[in-house]
Design a protein around this ligand. Structure first.
Ligand code: ATP
Length: 253
């Protein structure tokens, strides 16, 4: 379980551009469930993931993952427990390294190692098996540099890499937003399969209400750093969600 306790975060403190985004924010994310976070541009979705992942630090509050207080852990330290797939297909992978090298790196995330020594026959066979599951023919491209892959292939690889050492928490930051609808569908289905197969606790940011309902167990809507809706995905339809979204945001304006 992820517990966020009394979290505060502001940007540009003590300047005319000061933005108090989170002010005593609290949330609990259940284990082995997928929670979708939705909300308008600028409501704080990515900042929340950045705070959890450790790419930015909290001003106040605590982040507790499976009973461990990770608030003061550096991003690299948190990477041992947290997998992340970004919106931008170039992030989360090393484009100038091959698929094989990227997978070997993901395999040893958070440990000291020598890359060449990692690439052993039994590991290669294991990586090939994982890639085969994607049905994208990537198992036959092990020696291809990641920069030559399509966006969909990169996001799928990124997903497999993030889940290679089963993370305590998987953060998906609009990871299909840059993909065409067909590829996005394939990657979302693969995401669901992986999450369910390994019972991975997941937080998924999405602007797509249909995906949020279809692929998550719970939906949280944020506005200006506050939770304005918290509902089971099975208890809401896409149209209702769109209506609430519009209504809440109009009344908040
Ligand atoms: N490093 C930063 N410095 C200053 N302001 C920032 C910083 N990071 C985020 N913000 C501001 O915090 C607010 C929330 O941004 P955030 O990226 O979390 O929103 P979001 O909900 O993910 O939006 P989107 O749906 O557009 O991706 C925005 O007003 C943004 O400009």
């Amino acid at each position: 379980m992820l517990i966020i306790k009394d979290l505060s975060k502001s940007f540009n403190k003590d300047t005319e551009y000061e933005l108090n985004l989170f002010n005593g924010f609290n949330i609990k994310i259940e284990k082995n469930k997928c929670t979708a976070i939705i909300g308008p541009n600028g409501c704080g979705k990515s900042t929340l993931l950045n705070l959890i992942g450790g790419s930015i630090r909290v001003d106040k509050g605590q982040i507790i993952l499976d009973g461990k207080d990770i608030t003061n852990y550096k991003e690299e330290e948190r990477a041992k427990y947290i997998g992340r797939v970004y919106q931008n297909p170039s992030m989360g992978v090393s484009p100038s390294l091959t698929i094989l090298e990227n997978m070997a790196l993901a395999d040893k995330k958070g440990e000291k190692f020598i890359l060449k020594r990692l690439i052993k026959k039994n590991n290669i066979d294991r990586y090939r098996e994982l890639l085969k599951e994607l049905n994208l023919d990537l198992e036959n491209k092990l020696y291809t540099k990641v920069k030559y892959l399509s966006g969909g292939q990169r996001q799928s690889l990124s997903l497999i890499m993030a889940a290679m050492k089963i993370p305590n928490l998987l953060l998906l930051d609009e990871h299909t937003a840059a993909l065409d609808p067909k590829t996005s569908n394939v990657v979302m289905k693969k995401t669901k399969e992986l999450i369910e197969k390994y019972a991975i606790t997941t937080i998924m940011i999405s602007h797509n209400m249909k995906d949020a309902i279809e692929y998550s167990d719970r939906i949280i809507m944020l506005d200006k750093g506050n939770v304005i809706l918290d509902v089971k995905s099975s208890e809401i339809t896409e149209n209702q969600l769109i209506e609430i979204y519009r209504h809440k945001l109009e009344s908040a304006a």
